[in-house]
Design a protein around this ligand. Structure first.
Ligand code: GLN
Length: 454
């Protein structure tokens, strides 16, 4: 049914870069055989899923939305991919994304943008717009995204779907093509909080192949979602972040958010206002740290090992081939980040830029620590505006970067955050997201509050 749906709508939506119909049907048949043989299967066995094209797969290309990796089929599965397969999840295909996960609209994909199923003239968010659009268009009931600065939550918000950035280290990054290693985190995308929880438990857990993977039991998020759905929020303390509202927030978004806060309180939560003064500096700190790590990580695309190779005519030096390949293979946003990051890491500038940004990062983490002494979760709008029009921000990187104003603090601190649908804006009728943030390794709180609210 999902393959039929993809065939019917994906021409327009363009959520997928690659669909593996044969592979999906074969995986589904294997689950049927297991069941027929009386073997126990996991709760998600046979359920189809859309996988962001930044996680490696041995049976499908992994392009990261870039010409640099066009047609590249990796020699190994990401840990997330492997765990999905082991749970019997049926991978339908790979979803579109901003090149190397840099962007907030999927317009930076080398293969053309994804369209928002709510309004095909609008962006589905990014970088994981393909995964969220696939859910919103009913092309898949589950998807995987990755979140470095908001790429799971912001697409979730603007497509009316659920997206979770687990605690940093909660889900393995092995086989996730690196953008900014200290921030990148894979996570579940779904249409309901409980679906996201079921997927979360399949992909999470310690992995010796990822040195930053946390060696602790997986948070019991399914039980937390069930508790929230049936039990209300009596005694739960919810903090509204004062700094994440005001100028730049669409009135329709603000009103939907205010209504959500009222509902949390009606569910029994104790709501208080909390100040996180350094959140104002999160965006500039992120746009030094993320490009710095990107400039280092993307050095591997050197035209020698794998991927695109341009100008290898036997007469050119390796350095010339490398230069021609990087010129042709990377899009403008990726080049901008490599240049910014290389500059920020240069000798003489390191302390002034990268070092300074790391100090700001510590201050933001301390803001969270202080806030979580007062409350169990923090809430804010997920993103300041609803889905904007395709093309509207492509020539204005600063305007594009503002989409992640509210999501970036949790990446810098490494804690857990979710976006859950919060109705439609009364201005334009488009979906709004409620962001819920919880302390590191307390992902259960997201699911309890999200399921009670939804
Ligand atoms: N939009 C942000 C950026 O461009 C976040 C991207 C992400 O989370 N991968 O970097």
């Amino acid at each position: 049914a999902h393959l039929d749906r993809i065939a019917a709508v994906d021409q327009e939506v363009h959520a997928f870069l690659h669909v593996d119909a044969d592979g999906a049907l074969a995986a589904a048949r294997r689950v049927d055989e297991e069941r027929a043989a009386g073997n126990t299967t996991s709760p998600l066995a046979g359920v189809p899923l859309a996988l962001k094209d930044v996680l490696t797969t041995t049976d499908m290309p992994t392009t990261c939305g870039s010409k640099m990796l066009e047609g590249w089929v990796p020699p190994y599965d990401a840990t997330v991919t492997r765990r999905l397969r082991e749970a019997g999840v049926v991978i339908l295909g790979k979803t579109n994304m901003d090149e190397f996960a840099m962007g907030s609209s999927t317009e930076n994909s080398a293969y053309g943008p994804t369209r928002n199923p709510w309004d095909l003239e609008r962006i589905p968010g990014g970088s994981g717009g393909g995964s969220s659009a696939a859910l919103a268009a009913f092309e898949a009931p589950l998807a995987i995204g990755t979140d470095t600065g908001g790429s799971i939550r912001q697409p979730g918000a603007v497509t009316g779907t659920v997206g979770v950035k687990p605690t940093y280290g909660g889900v393995s990054r092995y086989g996730l093509v690196a953008f900014s290693s200290s921030l990148d985190q894979p996570g579940p995308c779904a249409r309901t909080v409980l679906d996201a929880a079921l997927l979360h438990e399949v992909i999470a857990g310690h992995d010796p192949m990822d040195s930053t993977s946390i060696n602790q039991p997986v948070p019991q998020v399914v039980a937390a979602a069930e508790q929230g759905a049936s039990g209300g929020l009596q005694g739960v303390r919810v903090g509204v972040v004062r700094e994440l509202s005001g100028d730049g927030y669409q009135p329709g978004v603000q009103r939907a958010f205010d209504a959500a806060v009222k509902q949390l309180s009606a569910l029994g939560a104790e709501v208080i206002e909390v100040s996180c003064p350094h959140f104002t500096y999160a965006l500039p700190a992120y746009y030094l740290i993320a490009p710095s790590e990107c400039s280092s990580n993307l050095a591997r695309f050197d035209a020698m090992r794998y991927g695109l190779r341009v100008g290898d005519d036997g007469a050119r030096s390796a350095e010339e081939v490398m230069s021609l390949t990087r010129e042709a293979g990377f899009g403008p946003e990726v080049k901008r980040r490599i240049m910014l990051g290389t500059y920020a890491l240069s000798s003489g500038y390191y302390d002034a830029y990268y070092g300074q940004a790391q100090k700001v990062r510590t201050l933001i983490t301390r803001d969270f620590t202080a806030a979580f002494e007062q409350v169990d979760v923090l809430v804010s709008p997920t993103t300041p505006t609803t889905a904007f029009k395709i093309g509207e921000r492509v020539d204005d990187p600063m305007a594009m970067y503002l989409a992640d104003l509210c999501t970036i603090p949790s990446n810098l601190a490494g804690n857990a955050a979710m976006s859950v649908p919060c109705g439609l804006s009364d201005e334009d009728g488009l979906p709004v997201g409620l962001q819920i943030m919880a302390p590191a390794m307390a992902d259960e709180w997201l699911y309890r509050v999200g399921a009670a609210y939804e």
